[in-house]
Design a protein around this ligand. Structure first.
Ligand SMILES: Cc1cc2nc3c(=O)[nH]c(=O)nc-3n(C[C@H](O)[C@H](O)[C@H](O)COP(=O)(O)OP(=O)(O)OC[C@H]3O[C@@H](n4cnc5c(N)ncnc54)[C@H](O)[C@@H]3O)c2cc1C
Length: 304
């Protein structure tokens, strides 16, 4: 069977693309490797998705999934390992099967780099966060830790200074890699203390985060700092390593034409966190899903 469209990834972007393409009556399937909902399902509370001042990621994604299924969405569970250009159609190879489609939308997302220390996984969504814009307001007037020393870590710490009571910024090196102007802003903030040349070794608590234990990189001396939140900004990895035939930026994010979201392979589009851009959020993922679906519809009509 040759589908009009195959969507790879069932997060906000993939489900948004599905809703638009199903309403355009494309014959499509969405292929997801784990569970529909994507990484936002990790979030206990989303405060910035318009129209829903407070609900969990799981609740929001259930609404997306119900909407798409109501339009007849068909989901296959498989992990895609390759996309090849077969001329008139694309050949999509998964672990369990091979699929063919006239167009493809890639919405495989990106994951924050993890520290892989005790407590990190257990407390994700219960004090451990990878997103200041999303979770900062939940820590109003609390003491928190921020981990990292690059642009994102320092920028996000700056943002958080206006919300929280205090920040301890933990960085493994003596100096920050962030732009000087962003560093200056941080140094001017009254509620930030620095723990340079330290790495976190565990995040501790019972039901939620209560403290973080850090280690001096030279002396190996450890200390435990009481905090209610730990924000980790040590990088983000797009889930695109399997896409050998597409153009990507230096960090592995997919390059697209901004007007249509077409990738370097004609008929293959990309949307959401896997795309090279500034803001990785549900709202941008949803908007791009809609745009990619509309472009896929037009692509099929142009070549039909
Ligand atoms: C803890 C946390 C809290 C957040 N809070 C907020 C918030 O409050 N507000 C906000 O706007 N944003 C928030 N975000 C960011 C938001 O989750 C992302 O911007 C959004 O989920 C991106 O959607 P996406 O569809 O592009 O990718 P994802 O949600 O990452 O979905 C990608 C999907 O593709 C699947 N997939 C990956 N590779 C393959 C493959 N090879 N084959 C098949 N399937 C594959 C994955 O399993 C996944 O289901 C948060 C993120 C995290 C981690």
């Amino acid at each position: 069977m040759i589908y009009d469209l195959i969507i790879i990834g069932g997060g906000p972007s993939g489900l948004s693309a599905a809703i638009y393409a199903l309403r355009a009556r494309l014959n499509l399937v969405l292929i997801e490797k784990m569970a529909v909902g994507g990484q936002i399902a990790l979030s206990d509370n989303i405060g910035n998705y318009p129209g829903f001042p407070s609900l969990s990621g799981v609740e929001l994604m259930q609404k997306f999934e119900e909407h798409a299924k109501g339009l007849g969405l068909n989901i296959i569970y498989d992990e895609i390992k390759d996309i090849a250009d077969g001329g008139e159609y694309k050949i999509i190879t998964g672990v369990d099967g091979t699929y063919q489609a006239k167009t493809v939308i890639i919405t495989v997302g990106a994951s924050p780099k993890r520290l892989n220390i005790p407590g990190e996984r257990e407390f994700t969504g219960r004090g451990v966060s990878y997103c200041a814009t999303c979770d900062g307001p939940f820590f109003k007037d609390e003491d928190i830790a921020v981990i990292g020393g690059g642009d994102t870590a320092v920028k996000e710490a700056n943002y958080l200074t206006k919300i929280v009571k205090s920040i301890v910024l933990i960085h493994r090196r003596k100096e920050f890699r962030a732009e000087k102007i962003i560093q200056e802003r941080l140094h001017n903030a009254k509620n930030v203390t620095l723990e340079l040349e330290h790495t976190p070794v565990s995040i501790n608590g019972t039901k939620t985060v209560e403290s973080v234990t850090i280690e001096n990189v030279k002396t190996k001396e450890r200390k435990t700092i009481p905090v209610k939140g730990v924000f980790i900004f040590i990088g983000i990895i797009p889930q695109t390593s399997f896409l050998k035939n597409l153009e990507k930026d230096e960090n592995g994010f997919i390059k697209t034409d901004h007007y249509t979201l077409m990738t370097s392979m004609p008929g293959v589009f990309a949307a959401g966190d896997a795309n090279s851009k500034k803001l990785l959020q549900v709202s941008t993922a949803v908007g791009e899903g809609a745009l990619a679906a509309t472009s896929a519809v037009e692509f099929i009509c142009d070549v039909c």
